[in-house]
Write a protein that binds this ligand. Structure first.
Ligand SMILES: NC(=O)c1ccc[n+]([C@@H]2O[C@H](COP(=O)([O-])OP(=O)(O)OC[C@H]3O[C@@H](n4cnc5c(N)ncnc54)[C@H](OP(=O)(O)O)[C@@H]3O)[C@@H](O)[C@H]2O)c1
Length: 289
């Protein structure tokens, strides 16, 4: 059955590839990018290959809670069901200088998890209009302890990393928080026809390269994609499409996936008390409380 999928990050990278693939399968895609130009360009490029694609460009800067609120209000006012809300947009900073959003929040936390948290809450009426809806959020295996780079270390006394900021830590903390959000959302949705899952697309250097500069960018774009541990855009897109529409996931929620099967997330991600604590914090930070 064809679905209506609202996905973020649709302007480039894995979000755009997923929009392309879903549209090719006949699904209706609300292709959401940061700007109107990016959304319209991506939709036009996909339509050039597939003139029948049912794509509707949408735009919202996820680093602004006001923009997320207005976007969600406009979407909710359409009164249409959303079958799949797919949070694909995400950032991994390279600079060691901590960046703040217009709301004064650390940007990685804001874009990677606070925006999905708020958008999900505000689009709940549209998800409830679907006979069976999914909320899927992209996390990363990098949240696992021992992964390369500065370690994950989510300190509830300093969630914005005012002390000890490192871009890797900000990224890993945000992807751990995505899992807390997903698991807690699934607990809160119990008994309803909406599921929440998270996914890691694998290490996809050719799209991740966009977040890097100079020599590192060349290395990511041209060398790493040939390594055995790298995932191709095609394979990553397969697993994202699986998350969005595969019937095998009907009624399945509260899980973490990679390569179209369930994978382990860290023990900390399963700590329900921390997940509830993060939920309350996110409610307060997004003004939902
Ligand atoms: N590639 C990997 O190896 C890898 C591994 C694990 C997880 N992931 C996750 O997978 C997702 C997609 O990654 P990717 O590789 O496709 O990355 P990408 O090519 O860098 O794409 C990131 C997307 O997020 C959007 N975005 C960033 N900030 C935004 C904002 N403030 N408002 C709206 N959109 C914003 C970007 O839009 P702009 O063009 O406007 O910047 C872009 O469309 C991310 O969540 C990433 O963390 C990737």
């Amino acid at each position: 059955m064809n679905k209506t999928v609202l996905l973020t990050g649709g302007g480039r990278g894995l979000g755009r590839a997923t929009a392309d693939r879903l549209a090719a399968r006949g699904h209706r895609v609300l292709l959401t990018a940061r700007t109107r130009a990016a959304a319209e360009d991506a939709a036009a490029a996909i339509r050039r290959q597939n003139p029948g694609a049912r794509l509707e460009p949408r735009w919202v800067d996820l680093s602004s809670l006001d923009e997320v609120r207005s976007f969600a209000a406009a979407e909710a006012a359409r009164g249409e069901p959303i079958d799949v809300l797919f949070h694909i947009a995400g950032i991994l900073q390279t600079s060691k200088k901590r960046r703040l959003t217009v709301d004064g929040y650390e940007e990685t936390l804001a874009v990677n998890v606070l925006a999905p948290f708020l958008l999900t809450a505000l689009l709940m009426p549209a998800l409830e209009r679907s006979a069976s809806a999914r909320v899927v959020t992209v996390s990363s295996r990098l949240h696992l302890p021992g992964s390369r780079g500065a370690p994950v270390d989510f300190d509830f006394a300093d969630p914005q990393l005012e002390h000890g900021y490192h871009p890797d830590r900000a990224y890993k903390n945000s992807k751990l928080a995505v899992l807390w959000f997903t698991y807690e959302l699934q607990r809160r949705l119990a008994g309803r026809a909406i599921t929440a899952n998270a996914v890691c697309p694998g290490f996809v250097p050719s799209t991740a390269a966009a977040s890097t500069r100079g020599l590192e960018r060349l290395f990511m774009a041209y060398v790493l994609p040939h390594m055995s541990f790298a995932t191709s855009v095609d394979a990553a897109t397969d697993s994202l499409v699986f998350m969005a529409v595969d019937p095998a996931l009907d009624g399945v929620g509260g899980k973490f996936f990679g390569e179209c099967h369930e994978i382990e997330s860290s023990p900390q991600s399963h700590d329900a008390a921390q997940a509830r604590r993060f939920w309350s914090m996110a409610e307060r930070l997004t003004g939902l409380a």
